[in-house]
Design a protein around this ligand. Sequence first.
Ligand code: SF4
Ligand code: SF4
Length: 164
Amino acid sequence: MAITVKRVSRHVEQTSYVKATLQGMASTLKQMFEPKVTIQYPEQRWELSPRWRGTHRMLTKEDGKARCVACGLCPSVCPSNCIKLVPGEDENGNRYPLVFEIDEFRCIFCGYCQEVCPEDAIHVGQHYENSEYSREGHVYDLERLMAQTHPVSTLWDATDPRGE
Ligand code: SF4
Ligand code: SF4
């Protein structure tokens, strides 16, 4: 069967880019007079929601030691398997973390560790500036977790689901 070519003729307003170009330029011009939504980071900072879940913090007791009692709940519940805990026990039988590390690179900031902690020890925090030059740099040990000073996150409240 012979192949034929069908010629379709369209009006110039259907094929010209001029109209679309002018519409695009008008849209750009309009945006120039709209309120700006960008900020000049890092001079200007984004105000975080109290529910923002970012870099972890380990809270401390009055004696400066970590509140963690090495119960093992947070590594058990962590869906990313990014918490390393090696428990220790002192001469009085009190448990404490010999090793406590969180890989912030693997963490998905779900906040489960904070939710399950019976000692109010580990928290996700209102902080996001934790860039590093290596993957290892994202592993926060106990000392580093205790040295964080940013505000901790407010967890979702079932009685106030929209945070109002
Ligand atoms: S926030 Fe979630 S993923 Fe991150 S360490 Fe805690 S439990 Fe694991
Ligand atoms: S849940 Fe709390 S007390 Fe238990 S191991 Fe984790 S940080 Fe420590």
